[in-house]
Write a protein that binds this ligand. Sequence first.
Ligand code: DAH
Length: 336
Amino acid sequence: MKLAIEELENVLNSIKIESAEELENFKLTYLSRKGKLSALIQQFRTVAPEDKKTFGKPINILKKKYEVFLTEKQKIFCEGKKDSNLFDNDIPLNAKKYGSLHPIKITENKIYEIFYSMGFDLREGPEIEDDWHNFTALNFEEEHPARDMQDTFFIGEKVLRTHTSSVQIREMEKGTPPFRIVMPGRVYRNEAISSRSNCFFHQIEGLYIDKGVNFADLKQTLYSFVQQLFGPNTKIRFRSSYFPFTEPSAEMDIWAGLDTEDARRLTKGTGWLEVMGCGMVHPNVLTNCNIDPEVYSGFAFGMGIDRMTMLKYNIGDIRDLFNNDTRFLKQFEGEI
Ligand code: DAH
């Protein structure tokens, strides 16, 4: 027995453990139920009572030494391994867990996709505009009451754009026809805030200029768009209207129905929701951008993305879109 104790002591002094597998083997050989240390303890149980005193203490010390040895080696080889298990570089990121697109962006993407499929390109312009691009080039005369249609926020000489129509001008000034583009962006108006209006919102502007474009093209393009966004049975109507930059001008409404209280409030009890203005680009606007109105014609439209979002997702109050309440936003997780 004395020999066995010494032998096991020597093992601790001389053994080299350099990996988790070696540690595992060591445990098996010495510390498992059938291992050498257990065998020694078994053997000790059978020794004569008078020998127990002699061997009891060194065996206990030996057992302790093995335990300490094991915990130290485990610290080196096993805990490190546990940590590396916790952090697995290869697990793919789950993008959904890190937020989601805002419903307005989701709707904007859907709108853009539809126009893209009809051959429209994407353009953007600045939110801080000058008077020329926001008003004058769009045929708003100086002192003309039409300028009051849109309550403007001024920043010194500049304005916060009241509509994305300013981007039409920038694009037509830059290039040459034909143009077939959509231009999304944020716009600002000094309006009373309610369930239907906010002091900033989002529009997407459309412009199609080429030779021989007519009002039938406008109607068909918008009709086809609405059917793709809201489904083939969507009802729309065009009402004649006035914008200084289009002639003739129209407003397009979508049938939201009168079935729910939200729909009634949103449509002021008519069932129809006004979603965009449109028309044939006024010859003065083309001239302002150095395009010959005798050669080219075209249509333009500007729609409220927020209203489209409300219609698409049955949202009764525009303010829900800007409160950043995560309980509301969570509903759109996973949509693109
Ligand atoms: N800019 C107009 C608005 O904000 C909407 C609009 C109407 C845009 C007619 C257009 C258009 O391009 O042709 O109320």
